[in-house]
Design a protein around this ligand. Sequence first.
Ligand SMILES: Cc1cc2nc3c(=O)[nH]c(=O)nc-3n(C[C@H](O)[C@H](O)[C@H](O)COP(=O)(O)OP(=O)(O)OC[C@H]3O[C@@H](n4cnc5c(N)ncnc54)[C@H](O)[C@@H]3O)c2cc1C
Length: 257
Amino acid sequence: MIDDIKVTRHITERYFKEFSKHTENDVAIAGAGPAGLVASRYLAEKGYNVAIFERKLSPGGGMWGGGMGYPVVVVQEESVQELKKIGVKTTDVGDGYYTADSIECVSKLLSAAIDAGARLFNLVTVEDVLYEYDKVNGFVINSSAIEVAGLHVDPITIRAKACIDATGHDAEVCNIVNRKVGSLETDSGGIAGEKSMCAEIGEKTVVENTQEVFPGLWITGMCANAVIGAPRMGPIFGGMLLSGKRVAELIDKKLSE
Ligand SMILES: Cc1cc2nc3c(=O)[nH]c(=O)nc-3n(C[C@H](O)[C@H](O)[C@H](O)COP(=O)(O)OP(=O)(O)OC[C@H]3O[C@@H](n4cnc5c(N)ncnc54)[C@H](O)[C@@H]3O)c2cc1C
């Protein structure tokens, strides 16, 4: 016999036990697109306590749809290993280009991050930062359902030693910090804005632009190019994977000091 009340209790007890463990984190990530997922996996593999907060029901960001909804992504020679090492089947199509099924990519990025120990909370929106002692020390979060309904319900807060803005084109966390806390430590002193398509440049700069932009706050993925002011690159995803790896390396170095 199945007792509906037991089902309810098991869901709520497990969720809140998990959530409670992630009120204090080593690393908190806003956004579960490819960059945030790769970062979470590398950091969790190093033994860090990592939480990812994703606004949508389905994590994976813009990678599910490949290009224009055709579920295929292209990666280049430098980044194909990032897919192969998590078991994604890639096809060498010559001249240093590889294709992969975007749905397989997202499924395996998710599975690898979770297996490494990262904890993903979906339907949770990062709406502000915790700013104490001149540093970003965590995220202020709310239920995405409350955000969609436009209800005036106060959010709650989690702490982290390092926070990552992996929210893609909109660079949502950086925009909040720039508006409410203080100027970002970028050449423009703020958010320069994403430039028009050029994969050749965008794929390089997305890795170079991955950095700490305010004490306690790092940028990765499309957010990095949007903040620093570099081109978008469309459905070639290698740079996102390498940027996620890079931000994990930078944070590991900082937290190990
Ligand atoms: C709907 C969509 C359409 C896109 N279309 C194009 C395109 O036409 N051309 C192009 O060059 N690139 C496009 N991109 C981006 C492209 O997919 C990126 O190159 C790549 O997905 C970026 O990876 P990322 O990990 O940096 O961020 P994304 O894949 O964009 O993932 C960011 C994640 O952060 C989540 N998020 C955002 N704000 C918050 C918040 N405040 N709290 C919690 N979670 C948050 C989002 O729901 C998303 O899952 C699109 C992305 C999306 C999401």
